[in-house]
Design a protein around this ligand. Structure first.
Ligand code: CA
Length: 387
């Protein structure tokens, strides 16, 4: 009996050895002999990271960003730093991503800073400020206006290093199952709306509810909420919100340039060789830019599909509703700034930059949009015009 088992054992042993040789050879080819960090015995050191996200696994747009980040790092490092991405709930649920990275349960994460506002009130400045800056403006503040340094200061006590992790551009105000005619219609309205905007919505008479992306469809369908803001045509269509919401209101006063974040455990980052740290930084920056490109292209495409295939009724928020939300936003921002010294410091930087860029954009972006709108045929938001 024993002898009969010898041959299969040898075959299995040889196969395993061959696989190992091929794997090492392939790795060497991928990494390149010049780039590969070798230990004393000459083997390539491979570092593996886990990246947890706040998004359902496989979600386009928001969920594509961490996948892109991981792929870029893997490719640029020649396989020396391998990042595996986990969707919401696979290791930790949506609202525990920051803690997981802080504690080193995962080395990296991707999500939205305002999800952590219970722990870090000033984090809202790093996702969205109601009636605040657009994506283009916020990126200017982050990378050339001191915003990122303040973000690093904000997260330092938690051992987390933040990077800009993409932007959706201006969002939609959301899907509503009642028609809004005046500010009175906000009274008692239950809406999924996170961040500082949730407090604004409460102050304006509504009732903000905190729900993760994976649950918004069912919450609308079952009437747990009357309204939901998620992102815009691209990601809203992915979640099927046109099937559960009657009216699609614009614009996203609450998230005029919602930023996302790529976060890294500070010790894990510091432990990397310097070239891999640089690769992480460059990949994060590339992912940040790439997400806005993705949303710009696919929001435009998905809007046409919503208009033509789903007859979505797209409406502007009435001025009276917008005025009420603006008034409430001023109260909410003031309360936040007065309650937290770091929020005050970040707000001073944010609003100083916002005011300067608003002045410039008055004679650049806005002036150009105005002239383009005057000269080109008017756009229409009905099915007929979109076809
Ligand atoms: Ca949103």
């Amino acid at each position: 009996m024993r002898e009969k088992q010898v041959l299969p054992v040898i075959v299995v042993g040889l196969t395993a050895a061959l696989v190992a040789v091929i794997a090492l050879w392939t790795l060497d080819r991928v990494a390149g002999p010049d780039q590969a960090a070798s230990s004393q015995d000459g083997s390539v050191e491979v570092i593996e990271w886990k990246l947890v996200t706040t998004w359902p696994k496989g979600l386009p747009g928001l969920g594509a960003a961490p996948e892109n980040f991981a792929r870029r790092v893997n490719e640029a490092s020649g396989g020396r730093l391998r990042i595996k991405v986990f969707g919401a709930g696979e290791i930790v649920p949506t609202f525990e991503v920051f803690d997981a990275v802080s504690r080193g349960v995962a080395e990296a994460g991707h999500g939205a800073a305002y999800y952590w506002k219970g722990k870090i009130p000033a984090s809202v400045f790093y996702t969205a400020v109601p009636f605040g800056m657009t994506a283009q403006e916020a990126n200017g503040w982050l990378h050339y206006g001191g915003g990122l340094e303040l973000w690093r200061e904000l997260y330092a006590p938690f051992g987390v290093v933040p990077f800009a992790g993409g932007s959706t551009g201006v969002q939609m105000a959301g899907w509503f199952n009642i028609r809004l005619n005046s500010r009175d219609d906000l009274e008692g309205l239950k809406m999924r709306i996170p961040g500082l905007a949730g407090e604004v919505f409460d102050a304006a008479g509504g009732s903000a509810v905190r729900i993760a992306g994976g649950e918004v469809y069912t919450s609308m369908q079952t009437g747990v909420i009357d309204a939901v803001e998620w992102v815009g045509p691209y990601n809203d269509r992915t979640l099927g919100l046109m099937e559960v919401g009657d009216y699609y209101y614009y614009p996203g006063w609450h998230e005029p340039g919602a930023m996302l974040e790529t976060i890294v455990n500070a010790e894990a980052l510091a432990a990397l060789p310097e070239d891999l740290q640089a690769i992480v930084r460059v990949a994060a920056r590339a992912t940040n830019t790439d997400m806005l490109d993705d949303f710009t292209a696919n929001n435009s495409e998905s809007l046409q599909i919503l208009l033509t295939e789903f007859d979505t009724e797209v409406l502007p928020l009435p001025d009276d509703v917008m005025d009420a939300l603006y008034e409430s936003s001023q109260v909410a921002i003031e309360a936040l700034v007065n309650a937290d010294p770091l929020a005050k410091k970040i707000a001073a930087s944010y609003f100083a930059f916002a005011e300067k860029v608003r002045t410039y954009h008055e004679i650049s972006e806005r002036a150009y949009f105005n002239v383009r709108n005057r000269l080109l045929p008017p756009v229409s938001l009905t099915a007929e015009s979109a076809e």
